[in-house]
Design a protein around this ligand. Structure first.
Ligand SMILES: CC(C)(COP(=O)(O)OP(=O)(O)OC[C@H]1O[C@@H](n2cnc3c(N)ncnc32)[C@H](O)[C@@H]1OP(=O)(O)O)[C@@H](O)C(=O)NCCC(=O)NCCS
Length: 184
C-alpha cells in the first residue's frame, strides 16, 4: 500500500504523484522560469522523457518510504497536476522542495498547500524539526517561509540552475514553533 495520505484544503487536493501525472507534470514543470530556482542537480535543458524517468525511477521507489511527494490539484480541475510539494527524511540540509506551474502563481496556492504538508511532517511522519531552503532572491519562496512561522538561520553557498543565483537562505521550523504559530 502506498503510504502517502491524500490531503484536502479549501481549494486543493494533494495526492501522491503517480505515472498518470507524467503529461501534466511535464507540461508545467519544463519551464525555465520554474526550474531556474531549483538546485543545479536538475538538468537544463531538460531532457526529453526526463519527467517520466524521474517519477518512475527516482520518486516512486522512495514514495512513502523516505520521501513523500504530493501532486497539487485544484478541486475544480482534479485530473491535472499543477505543481508538486515533497518532503524527504534526510536533510540536505533542507527537507522539502516545491514548484508550481507559472499560470497559477500569485494566488496563495503554495502557501495553502504547505499547511497540511507541515502538519503531516510533524504529526504523522515524526519530524521534530524541518529545515527549508530557497535561493537568495526567490522572494515568493522566502515569503512562504515567513508566512508559515519559519526562522531564518543562515546563508549557504549553493549552485542553482540559474548560474546567477549562488546562495541559499536556510530556514528552520521546530514542531514546537509550528504549533505556537498555528495557535497564535
Ligand atoms: C515559489 C512558488 C512555488 C510560489 O508559489 P505561489 O503559489 O505563487 O506562492 P503564493 O501565491 O502562496 O505566494 C507567496 C507569497 O509570495 C509572494 N509572491 C508570489 N510571487 C511573487 C513574486 N514573483 N515576487 C514577489 N513576491 C511574490 C506573494 O505575494 C505571497 O506573499 P504575500 O502573501 O505577502 O502577498 C512559485 O513561484 C514557483 O513554483 N516558483 C518556481 C519554483 C521555485 O521557486 N520553487 C521553490 C524553490 S525553493
Amino acid at each position: 500500500m502506498l503510504k502517502i495520505p491524500t490531503l484536502n484544503t479549501e481549494r486543493l487536493v494533494l495526492k501522491g504523484v503517480t505515472m498518470e501525472d507524467v503529461p501534466s507534470y511535464s507540461g508545467y514543470f519544463v519551464d525555465y522560469d520554474v526550474i531556474r530556482f531549483l538546485s543545479a542537480e536538475v538538468p537544463w535543458p531538460y531532457p526529453e522523457n526526463g519527467v517520466r524517468d524521474y517519477i518512475e525511477h527516482v520518486l516512486l521507489p522512495q514514495q512513502g518510504k523516505d520521501r513523500w511527494a504530493w501532486g497539487i490539484f485544484l478541486k475544480e480541475q482534479p485530473d491535472q497536476l499543477i505543481g508538486c510539494i515533497d518532503l524527504w527524511r534526510e536533510g540536505k540540509p533542507e527537507h522539502r522542495g516545491f514548484w508550481l506551474a507559472k499560470p497559477f502563481w500569485g494566488r496563495g496556492i503554495m502557501t495553502e498547500a504547505n499547511f497540511p504538508v507541515i502538519d503531516v511532517a510533524f504529526n504523522e511522519l515524526g519530524f521534530e524539526r524541518l529545515v527549508f531552503a530557497n535561493a537568495l532572491g526567490n522572494i515568493a519562496s522566502r515569503r512562504i517561509k515567513e508566512k508559515t512561522g519559519c526562522e531564518l538561520i543562515g546563508l549557504k553557498a549553493t549552485a542553482f540552475v540559474d548560474p546567477l543565483l549562488k546562495e541559499s537562505e536556510i530556514w528552520e521550523l521546530s514542531k514546537e514553533n509550528w504549533l505556537r504559530f498555528k495557535n497564535r
